[in-house]
Design a protein around this ligand. Structure first.
Ligand SMILES: Nc1ncnc2c1ncn2[C@@H]1O[C@H](COP(=O)(O)OP(=O)(O)OP(=O)(O)O)[C@@H](O)[C@H]1O
Ligand SMILES: [Mg+2]
Length: 343
């Protein structure tokens, strides 16, 4: 107890789009997973929100990098810069004479290879982590949604993040079946860029396309409450003159249709492989949606209508994995046996 200020418990969801860190049970970092590097000095120019603002507006001296791709570290150096910066954000708030002992749990995709797991561990160790455990994202997701993962009962979670959609069946504190697809929020953003080009001859950047998705993103043409069309201003590809077009949620529902159909196919394929007892539990309980993609309007309705199984959007779906990772860390600190944590 006396030395407890020397230990800090960190739970990290290192996502393709966003990184969330819990410190001693509180969210202290929630930032886009982006770094900006100054090419002249080779030093970090900005990280998180500030680096995201620079995206698409770089000059030759600045490069913005998203170190995570498809849920795993793609650029090790940039990832380490980012994690170190984020952990520093946490520590600079607390002035201490001692370097604290960092106890860390990090969520990783279920399909991670040993090399990918090693990379996450190394990056955390280089940032000062001492006692590092890993947890699979679908398990953290289920914990964060508030499911009782340890009972002999089937639960299905679908996490639609930035880079990947992961669909998993959980029972008895383990993952029974899991499959993933590289179609998620980033793919929806690209669909919108492509649509704007083909339909209106307008070229738009990542950030604008993402704003359109958030403002009028929809999975079905007829919504209960329809958002106002989003006015997009951009250069006409042929004349280079600025044009303004209002984009409606109905158009976006049409433009996301193919990617959403791929996610449906993924869920059906996991259901097909699910043992019958677990299958009937899932049909009774319904399927849980999380990740930023779960916020697409009408997605739960579209999936429920197509698959004839109820779908529930998790509370605060962008943070479900982080919340569950933090819960796992807390359970372990309480001395609870946590079969879902990997040393
Ligand atoms: N309101 C919204 N409507 C639609 N999409 C949204 C909304 N808010 C965020 N998103 C999208 O959700 C995605 C980010 O989700 P999330 O933070 O769950 O991903 P991640 O955990 O970083 O990625 P991954 O799990 O694939 O590694 C982004 O593509 C973002 O554009
Ligand atoms: Mg995620």
């Amino acid at each position: 107890m006396a030395l407890s200020f020397l230990t800090q418990d960190l739970a990290i969801d290192l996502g393709t789009a966003n990184t969330i860190i819990y410190l001693n049970d509180k969210i202290v970092v929630d930032q886009p997973s982006i770094v900006a590097i100054n090419n002249l000095t080779n030093k970090l120019e900005a990280c998180g929100e500030n680096a995201k603002l620079m995206r698409g507006k770089e000059n030759p001296n600045i490069t913005t990098i998203r170190p995570m791709k498809d849920g795993v570290i793609a650029d090790f150096e940039a990832a380490e810069y980012m994690i170190r910066w984020m952990i520093q954000q946490v520590n600079s708030k607390k002035k201490s004479l001692f370097t604290p002992n960092l106890k860390i749990v990090i969520a990783i995709p279920y399909g991670s290879t040993d090399v990918e797991k090693r990379a996450v561990r190394d990056a955390a160790e280089h940032s000062g982590g001492r006692d590092i455990s890993l947890i699979y994202e679908p398990m953290a997701d289920a914990l964060g949604i508030g499911l009782n993962v340890e009972e002999p009962k089937g639960h299905m979670v679908v996490d639609i993040g930035g880079g990947t959609t992961e669909c998993a069946v959980i029972s008895l504190a383990g993952i029974v079946k899991c499959a993933s697809l590289k179609v998620a929020g980033d793919a929806f953003t690209e669909d919108i860029q492509q649509y704007m080009r083909q339909q209106y001859n307008i070229k738009i950047g990542d950030n604008l396309a993402e704003n359109i998705k958030i403002a009028v993103g929809a999975a079905i043409p007829e919504l209960e409450t329809t958002p106002e069309p989003y006015d997009v201003i951009g250069p006409n590809l042929i004349t280079a003159f600025p044009v303004k077009v209002p984009v409606s949620s109905m158009e976006i529902a049409h433009c996301l249709d193919r990617s959403l159909a791929k996610i449906e196919t993924l869920i059906v394929s996991v259901l097909e492989q699910t043992p019958p007892e677990l299958y009937s539990d899932i049909v009774k309980e319904g399927i849980h949606l999380s990740g930023g993609g779960a916020l697409i309007r009408g997605l739960d309705k579209r999936l429920s209508d197509k698959l004839k199984i109820p779908f529930h959007v998790a509370e605060d779906p962008l943070r479900a994995v982080a919340r569950g990772t933090n819960l796992a860390l807390k359970n372990r600190s309480k001395g609870h046996l946590c079969p879902y944590l990997m040393k």
